[in-house]
Design a protein around this ligand. Structure first.
Ligand code: ANZ
Ligand code: ZN
Length: 881
């Protein structure tokens, strides 16, 4: 043993406040978190969803960034070159509201918040490369947002058309959806908001619908749930146009249906009242009725016409059509629930299998013929298809007392009888196509993306409207189109940009004629659809980014953020990536390789079930935990965990926890309390528990140092105790590595660290070099989780390099093999004890050890052994008389 030599006196107490500040400074000086520029190491891009600069950090942020930070630190130690950036999603409405309410300019308000939040973030000791920092509201970022807009415009993916917006008739302004309350009133004026048609800008995301859907298959590192949400949002449905010839005139009614498998159950055809064929099919006798009906419903809105709970109304036209499959005549009706703008403006009525049609048929006494049945209900029937398409003898009588809307087995459907719905759909469409009376038709629920906002605090759309040239893109050399500073915010009369004539009026860049700038700004989702492409080249003044740099760093290897972005942000980012790829700027298809959606942080709160609205939440600090009652009414309260929020008063401020316990404890608690994708219940006692654990580690290491550092090489012949300790060390390396590597099970990884710390505490070989190996391994394994204490202890161990520059240890498989195993002794199936036996003992040897054991001797004495059951590696069970 070498005499103790420590660079400075070891503080016997763990003092997080002192060491955390010290190490944050040191890391910054050493540039540990900087993104490596040249290196032949494999790359790793770790990214948290960047925050909106509201002004203060909440526990959800802390959890999100801690998760990403552990991954980034681990990957660096595993030999990757890592980029781990941070920025600000800084445009948006709250800044403008602050300007209206308090007169603070949006830019000033935003940058103040950024400064404040950056400081709070830096206290967390995250290994972020601050040199990549960006804010979407800064002109050197939105210059490129505008440039990308022009790329979309050039590609024909940006266009203008009329669209309905929320219009406040008092303030004369467009409102965002968030500014309209549940009663449809403006948040400011209280006026009932109107729908108004205005020219708006759109991005043609529908051009990419099919690829966005198909490429979900490539995202093997995404949660299934998120992929499903995206697929549903895109909403691909395959249906068909089917044509029904009209009797008496040489015309056909094309209907759009998603259920061609129900075509044998059609009992009528319905036209939208506005349909051009309505007049032609109406008979003389029905003319007056039809005209009255059309007049009546012309006053109804689309919503009223289609609302689920409204009765469906219609009238027969007197005309008839032929079902091309059955050859049967069916009446032609008009009805309010069929919209002219959707599909073909005509539907085939199948009351047996559609809820609306069912109600309609009941009201007007139309036939209801079941042609789909559940597989269970047709079990006993002969489902041989007939040879002819139109041979529909009603052979199977199945009735349901409501519409049967599920897919099932086709009955009474001629040659398609017996088929399952999905196959039948395809077969029926194919047949119709062959016969020339139908066509397959793919529809998406996804609509084009409305990107224009009549707001100030966003990136101005960089086009100029010229009376001669029409829409003229602002030339690249004139970008960015900067937001003017000297504006007044009144909240009335629309966007302040429209009032600023000096800004609006410009000569046309092409012909010089007096022209007008576009005053709309872009949806903030555009800013966040490409920020991850800017980080690796954030300072580039010449280009949006250097493609080879971005192709090198992208895709993001691990993206971490909230489930609330499962649809829009992630879909838009995928869309942008594909468009920029098609513009030749990128060489990959998908931006995010792996996605982790972290759960919510929940706080303790109390609920008064007899109260409604926000009043029902009673903050825990005014409640006596032993007997929780409403302080006002005395009513008993329910105790529960709910997502931390201001209204529930159950938030825990990150700075309070950090001041009391330090960042490392907060991180350890967050990681230990729940797996990252699950909700996490904030619990002070468990925070304490982690603080105590770090204190134990501190004592363990400092006691070891005080006792003297052994630098001797491990001998070849280890004692049994040494072998056991070595096994504990290497088991910890293996388990921690596996827990964090594939599944990010940080909670079990922290348990493994605790196990190792216990093994080191309990072992009797504290003078052995194996013990030294154990102490050092514990500190290294702890580094990604509790980075400050780990570096401090590492330095106390006499190391001059930061622990974060160490190589992540690999385990020695030989050390994992046990010399001895525990053999359970049972008598008559009851466990009576256990003994240690050599691991390689065979069945016969195990039985011998068991028989000779003290436990067995005690229970067997004087009895006859009838049978011995040996389970190798586990137990021996004696059956006695
Ligand atoms: C026959 C049928 C049978 C239908 C059945 C459904 C169930 P999505 O999925 O929203 O696209 N439909 C078609 N055009 C319509 C219009 N202009 N106005 C009102 N309804 C219309 O809905 C497609 C279904 O909505 C179509 O499939 C059609 O009714 C109806 F058991 O056709 B279906
Ligand atoms: Zn012009």
């Amino acid at each position: 043993m070498k005499p103790l030599e420590i660079p400075y006196s070891v503080d016997s107490r763990y003092n997080p406040a002192a060491i955390e500040e010290k190490w944050q400074k040191t890391w910054a000086e050493l540039g540990l978190d900087k993104t490596p520029t040249v290196s032949n190491k494999p790359k790793f891009y770790a990214l948290s969803m960047f925050p909106y600069p509201s002004g203060s950090l909440h526990m959800g942020h802390v959890r999100n960034y801690t998760i990403t930070d552990v991954i980034a630190r681990l990957k660096r130690m595993q030999g990757y070159r890592v980029i781990h950036p941070m920025g600000w999603d800084a445009f948006g409405l709250p800044a403008e509201n602050a300007a209206i309410d308090r007169g603070v300019p949006p830019a000033k308000w935003t940058y103040q918040n950024i400064t404040q939040m950056r400081q709070q973030l830096q206290r967390l000791g995250l290994s972020i490369d601050w040199e990549c920092e960006l804010a979407t509201c800064s002109p050197d970022y939105y210059k490129w947002t505008q440039w990308i807009f022009l790329q979309f415009l050039q590609a024909g993916l940006a266009y203008q058309k009329e669209a309905a917006v929320n219009w406040d008739p008092i303030d004369q302004t467009v409102l965002a959806n968030e500014q309209v309350d549940s009663e449809g009133r403006s948040w400011r004026s209280g006026a009932i908001v109107e729908r108004k048609l205005l020219r708006q800008w759109f991005f043609k995301i529908t051009d990419y619908a099919e690829e966005l859907l198909n490429d979900l298959n490539k995202l093997t590192g995404w949660p299934e749930r998120v992929k499903l949400m995206q697929a549903n949002w895109i909403g691909k449905s395959t249906g068909a146009y089917l044509e029904f010839p009209i009797i008496g005139i040489d015309e056909k009614i094309a209907v759009y249906t998603t259920r061609p498998d129900t075509v044998y159950g059609v009992s009528y055809v319905v036209l939208a009242p506005e349909h051009p064929l309505t007049k032609r099919v109406t008979t003389k006798e029905q003319q007056a009725t039809v005209e009255t009906f059309i007049k009546e419903i012309s006053h109804q809105s689309e919503l009223e016409r289609t609302a689920e709970d409204k009765p469906k109304r219609g009238v027969p036209t007197g005309g008839k059509a032929i079902n091309p499959f059955t050859g049967e005549e069916v009446p032609i009706w008009i009805a309010d629930y069929v919209l002219y703008e959707y599909g073909t403006g005509a539907v085939m009525g199948v009351p047996a299998h559609d809820v609306r049609d069912f109600k309609f048929a009941r009201t007007y006494d139309l036939p209801i013929d079941f042609v789909i049945a559940s597989p269970d209900d047709v079990a006993g029937f002969d489902l041989t298809p007939t040879s002819e398409m139109d041979e529909v003898t009603q052979v199977i009588q199945i009735e349901y007392n409501q519409a049967y809307t599920e897919p099932g087995i086709l009955i009474n459907s001629g040659a398609f009888t017996g088929m399952a719905s999905p196959d039948a759909k395809q077969a029926i469409i194919e047949y119709a196509e062959k016969q020339g009376f139908g066509k397959v038709r793919v529809q998406y629920r996804l609509r084009d993306w409305l990107i224009s906002r009549q707001r100030y605090w966003g990136a101005p759309i960089p086009v100029i409207h010229c009376p001669n040239c029409g829409i003229v893109p602002v030339p690249d050399k004139d970008l960015p189109v900067e937001l003017p500073q000297e504006v007044e915010f009144t909240g009335r009369g629309g966007s302040p940009l429209t009032q600023l004539s000096s800004w609006v009026n410009v000569p046309c860049p092409t012909c010089g004629t007096p022209a007008k700038r576009e005053t709309d700004t872009m949806d903030t989702f555009i800013d966040s659809s490409w920020y991850f492409l800017r980080f690796p080249d954030a300072k580039n003044e010449e280009q949006v980014f250097n493609s080879s740099k971005i192709n090198d760093w992208m895709p993001v290897d691990q993206y971490v953020g909230g489930i609330e972005h499962a649809i829009l942000h992630l879909l838009y980012s995928r869309f942008f990536t594909k468009v920029l790829r098609d513009r030749g700027l990128l060489n990959f298809d998908e931006p995010f390789q792996r996605l982790l959606t972290q759960g919510m942080v929940q706080g303790l709160t109390y609920l008064n079930p007899n109260k409604g609205g926000k009043d029902k939440w009673i903050p825990s600090n005014v409640v006596n935990a032993a007997d929780p009652r409403d302080p006002q009414t005395g009513e008993p309260l329910q105790r529960l965990y709910a997502t931390m929020s201001k209204s529930k008063g159950n938030g825990v401020a990150p700075e309070d926890v950090i001041s009391k316990y330090g960042v490392d404890t907060a991180r350890m608690f967050i990681l230990f309390k729940a797996p990252p994708e699950k909700d996490l219940e904030w619990d002070e006692a468990d925070v304490e528990g982690q603080f105590r654990f770090l204190n134990r580690v501190w004592r363990l290491v400092t006691d070891y140092i005080a006792a003297g550092i052994s630098d001797s090489k491990p001998q070849s012949d280890l004692t049994k105790v040494e072998k056991e300790l070595r096994r504990a060390i290497h088991t910890a390396i293996q388990a921690v590595t596996e827990d964090v590597e594939d599944e990010y099970q940080f909670n079990t990884a922290v348990s493994e660290l605790m196990k190792l710390s216990n093994a080191l505490t309990d072992t009797s070989c504290k003078n052995s070099p194996i013990y030294a190996e154990g102490i050092r391994t514990l500190v290294v394994l702890l580094a990604p989780f509790a980075p400050h204490i780990a570096d401090e202890l590492w330095q106390l161990l006499g190391e001059s390099d930061s622990v974060h520059t160490q190589t992540w240890p690999s385990f020695d498989p030989a050390a994992l093999v046990a010399d001895e195993i525990t053999l359970v002794i049972q008598i008559m199936g009851k466990t009576r004890g256990a003994i240690q036996v050599p691991a390689q003992a065979d069945k016969a040897a195990l039985e011998k050890y068991a028989r000779e054991s003290e436990v067995a001797q005690r229970y067997i004495e004087g009895k006859e052994i009838k049978k011995v059951i040996v389970v190798p590696g586990k137990l021996v069970n004696f059956v006695v008389s």
